[in-house]
Design a protein around this ligand. Structure first.
Ligand code: CMP
Length: 142
């Protein structure tokens, strides 16, 4: 099924100058970028985006880290985009990520894990609308 998902290249990915290499992996796997923006999240942004994790022991570190530098946010679109993106990213903890995935190749730790991707259709919808207005998403013309 053709669907959209939200992807974030986190501050460590931007700092390590990996935007192009990560975009190439998306494109090589058949995903299209329909919208993209670089943004430096505020504390309120990060707390809102990761609201589901509030109360967890890692929450305040996660918010500090996500606000430590700019991130790249993008809408990815294609066949099974949600699971495909998660496959390309690899497991949340890079120690568990399969070789050849973004997190296995580039990430340092479960917290500094380079990328975020929506984990299901409902999250994808809410995460996409957290960052993008409908008119900012350029649907494919082909
Ligand atoms: P992400 O996919 O962006 O979703 C929530 C993030 O919280 C996750 O990636 C990790 O970066 C972070 N996270 C999840 N579990 C832990 C944990 N046990 N310790 C520290 N950070 C975590």
């Amino acid at each position: 099924m053709q669907e959209s998902t939200l992807s974030i290249i986190k501050p460590d990915g931007v700092e390590k100058n990996l935007i192009g290499q990560i975009y190439k992996r998306f494109e090589d796997s058949g995903l299209r970028i329909l919208a993209a923006r670089m943004i430096h999240l505020t504390k309120e942004d990060a707390e809102g985006f990761y609201g589901i994790h509030s109360g967890k022991p890692f929450f305040s570190d996660l918010v500090s880290y996500m606000t430590s530098g700019p991130v790249m946010v993008q809408v990815l679109f294609g066949e099974d985009a949600i699971s495909k993106n998660r496959e390309i990213m690899g497991a949340t903890n890079p120690k568990d990520a399969e070789k050849g995935t973004i997190r296995s190749d580039f990430a340092e730790s479960i917290e500094r894990n380079i990328v975020h991707g929506s984990d299901g259709p409902e999250t994808a919808n809410s995460e996409i609308s957290f960052f993008f207005k409908r008119e900012e998403i350029c649907l494919p013309t082909i």
